[in-house]
Design a protein around this ligand. Structure first.
Ligand code: SAJ
Length: 447
């Protein structure tokens, strides 16, 4: 079996099916097709399948090269899209790239999409194939969920976990250039998967077992979440001390081995907020980790702190939140992206509205929030800069603030100069720029 598969990989006649044509599945399908394989993309969303069938990428935001590559490989006939799992029957290689969220309350993995993909694959199992799960998994998932779900297909399937390492804004670049951990459930599976990835990944391909691969991916993002939490807690400390965290971190980072991350309005995206919980969901209950949950709590509290800053800004102009107009600038979770998954802007908008503010949202990348920045600021009492979109970092703020009723700016990401002519600037993490006001005292009793 493996000899056939090995030859099919080596001469690129292997028929590849990719389940899940989202931020991960579509770009990796396009690169596999570009490498010379024939690829069928499988998705439950007919609108997405139709766009791809027309050679159009359904992924928004700034993704260098993706739209052109999708058009090219679809036109060449190397990439097609379908909603029918029956295409798995003829596959030699199946990639699974569906989302693996965690429950907002109990933080347990939400494997609905993964289980649906596994069920569909098992019902239309190929005679023999290499099955690679690229979705991020809690440690133990390959052994406790994936392997059992595919067991009915017998031992004809070689199972591997090769976690994706993608970042919106550089999807293609990351696939080509990020090192990958290739965690097979057998040595043969690992070796075959490495041979396959070598056709389109230029970076090191590290052999491992499945559990190691699951742990690496969730740990690398838990690590980042803790780093960001340190930056956010340092920002709160600097606010309280009356000093400037942006200058503090700049000077700390001059020391070799220090890398204080950027404080901000919170942690969004499809990876960092959930992967720490995936890591912890795989452990026994004997262990009670404290650092990783504490980091999650610190980062999740930042949107409420941003609301505090808005209240501080308004109270500085003797305005109450209840009749203020607030412009929230940036709804994507990260700069120059249209991705709003787990965006910190959502709780900020929700809490401001709950406090009675008239909230206007602007984001040049997010459908429904685009438009003229001056209009978004018109008659606003306060503007909150949530995300360092290029439009905001390059804007002429002295001219823009003249559209506002009261020119107050809350800068959550060190986007603005320390002073903007004609405006008052409150900077998250810069205690020199404001006196903290605890919003809880302002909350109406029914919030
Ligand atoms: N953030 C901060 N301060 C920072 C860095 C990030 O507040 O110093 C916030 C961002 O604003 C965003 C959230 O954290 O809301 C996540 O940002 P991110 O830069 O980590 O972006 P993601 O979510 O796209 O993370 C992905 C991850 N990649 C994968 O999981 C494969 C992460 O491991 C990468 O480090 C990151 O991309 C990257 O920058 O490459």
């Amino acid at each position: 079996m493996t000899q056939e598969l090995t030859h099919a990989v080596q001469n690129r006649t292997a028929r590849v099916v990719v389940i899940g044509m989202g931020y991960v599945g579509l770009p990796v399908s396009a690169l596999i097709a570009e490498a010379g394989f024939t690829v069928a993309g499988l998705d439950i969303r007919e609108d997405r399948v139709s766009m791809i069938a027309e050679g159009i990428s359904p992924i928004g935001g700034t993704e260098p090269g993706l739209a052109e590559l999708v058009a090219r490989v679809v036109a060449s006939g190397r990439l097609r899209a379908s909603t029918d799992y029956a295409i798995c029957r003829d596959a030699d290689i199946v990639l699974i790239a569906v989302d693996t969220p965690v429950d907002d309350n109990d933080h347990q993995p939400g494997y609905e999409a993964l289980r649906a993909a596994l069920t569909g694959l098992a019902e239309h199992a190929p005679s023999r194939a290499l099955v690679i799960v690229e979705s991020t998994l809690a440690p133990g998932t390959m052994r406790n969920v994936v392997e059992p779900a595919l067991r009915r297909a017998g031992n004809r399937l070689l199972l591997v976990h090769c976690p994706e390492r993608l970042t919106p804004g550089r999807l293609l670049r990351n696939i080509r250039e990020m090192p990958r951990v290739v965690g097979g459930m057998s040595l043969v599976a690992t070796e075959l998967a490495i041979a396959f990835y070598r056709d389109f990944v230029r970076a090191p391909l590290e052999p491992a077992d499945d559990l190691t691969a699951e742990t690496v991916k969730t740990a690398e993002n838990a690590y980042r979440d803790v780093q960001i939490a340190f930056a956010n807690e340092l920002a709160l400390i600097c606010e309280d001390l009356g000093t400037d965290v942006w200058r503090v971190r700049e000077l700390v980072n001059q020391v070799p081995g220090r890398q204080v991350h950027l404080p901000g309005a919170g942690v969004g995206g499809h990876c960092i907020p959930k992967d720490p919980w995936l890591l912890l969901s795989g452990i026994t209950k004997r262990l009670q980790p404290r650092l990783i949950p504490a980091a999650r709590a610190i980062n999740d509290a930042m949107p409420a702190h941003v609301v505090d800053l808005v209240i501080a800004a308004l109270s500085g102009a003797d305005l109450s939140i209840t009749d203020a107009r607030v412009a929230v600038l940036g709804y994507a979770y990260r700069e120059n992206s249209d991705d709003t998954r787990n965006t910190p802007s959502a709780p900020v908008v929700g809490q401001l509205k709950a406090l009675g503010a008239d909230v206007r949202v602007h984001d040049p990348y997010v459908a429904g929030y685009e438009g003229d920045l001056t209009s978004a600021l018109k008659e606003a009492n306060c503007a909150v800069l949530m995300v360092a979109h290029e439009e905001y970092t390059r804007a002429q703020w002295p001219a823009l603030v003249s559209a506002m009723s009261t020119p107050m700016l809350v800068d959550c990401r060190d986007i603005l100069p320390e002073t903007v002519a004609g405006a008052r600037v409150i900077r998250l993490g810069d205690g020199r720029s404001f006196r903290p006001v605890d919003a809880v005292d302002q909350l109406p009793s029914d919030v």
